[in-house]
Design a protein. Structure first.
Length: 244
């Protein structure tokens, strides 16, 4: 399930550790309607389901920008070989070493689910239109299954459209880019509203044959007490290392 945290500049308290989730606009060809998952979708879903979520250690860099606040950047390390409570460690904040208090706070924070290609299995088999593009296949989904795309406690799945590009240039096809867009407004806590959400995700294939997140961006626009606000988040994943 993809879950997007709400920005404090808009409706609620912002949890900077939850989102871990970029792509470019995709060129379109004439789509072919598919009422059910085709063979390539079925293969992608099977690969995603078989993808291990705790096989690699990696570094995650998160940058947050919101209306009325300075940009904040956090660097974290994930190591599945450690005890569950110690797998996430805070490396830096805005380029400096974290204080003991910040480290202690990070250890208690909710870092969200471990980012994984396996998340695609929850929705990629849904009905979609299919277009052949250079080096791949582009799928468009008019909506997502219930519970697969949440903004805070709000389930935006039914109002979210998705474009997913499958890279078919190699021996193993995989989803390389995903864009999720929702433009239906909804209220939050009676005093705020969100007008639009866009989430872009990119994946890459490692040398060991496992597909992993590469980078992600999200953009939210809305208003609180009549005042417009935005939040943008960018996340990158690097230094993947297999844990045996």
């Amino acid at each position: 399930m993809t879950r997007v945290p709400l920005p404090s500049a808009l409706p609620t308290r912002h949890n900077s550790k939850m989102f871990g989730l970029g792509m470019i606009a995709l060129a379109a060809a004439m789509p072919v309607t598919a009422a059910h998952a085709d063979a390539l979708q079925t293969r992608i879903v099977a690969t995603a389901r078989a993808t291990p979520t705790v096989r690699h250690a990696f570094r995650r860099t998160l940058a947050f920008e919101r209306t009325g606040a300075p940009r904040k950047t956090y660097v974290e390390q994930f190591d599945p070989s450690r005890a569950p409570a110690e797998r996430w460690s805070l490396i830096s904040i805005d380029g400096r070493a974290p204080t003991p208090k910040e480290i202690a706070k990070s250890r208690k924070a909710n870092h969200g689910p471990i980012p994984s290609y396996a998340e695609l299995a929850a929705w990629f088999g849904s009905p979609a239109t299919r277009s052949e593009v250079g080096g791949g296949v582009l799928y468009r989904f008019a909506r997502l299954p219930a519970g697969t795309f949440k903004i805070g406690s709000h389930d935006a799945s039914a109002d979210t459209q998705v474009e997913a590009l499958v890279n078919t240039s190699g021996a193993v096809p995989f989803v390389e880019r995903v864009r999720m867009t929702s433009n239906k407004s909804f209220s939050v806590m009676l005093v705020a509203s969100l007008r639009s959400i866009t989430v872009d995700q990119r994946y890459r294939l490692l040398g060991d044959g496992i597909v992993v997140p590469s980078d992600a961006t999200s953009a939210l626009t809305g208003a609180m007490m009549g005042k417009a606000g935005t939040m943008q988040t960018s996340t990158s994943y690097s230094e993947y290392r297999a844990i045996r």
